[in-house]
Design a protein. Sequence first.
Length: 100
Amino acid sequence: MVIDLAFYQGGMEATRLGEEFHHNGLSLQCAQINRMPRALAQSWDQRRLAQETLALLGSDGPAIRQHMITHVIPFYEAPGFLRHLLQDRPEFCQIVLEHR
């Protein structure tokens, strides 16, 4: 299962989710900014989504950090790291820009 909370302004043509769905049974759950999926709109709203997200991070935050976030980059290093991503194409799952 993939849970997608991102926004892809330019699309995701290189991501082959349809192929993964047919060959590997991938399940994709996603929500748009400011809108719940139509099938869930009656039982979910922005407040509930935020509350559940905070509860999930509170209960499983360390495991999420360990298994899903591969890079935490200080915000001021973002330009150099983005150049590294484009030039070297390192493996990653999730990149977080940290601002303190």
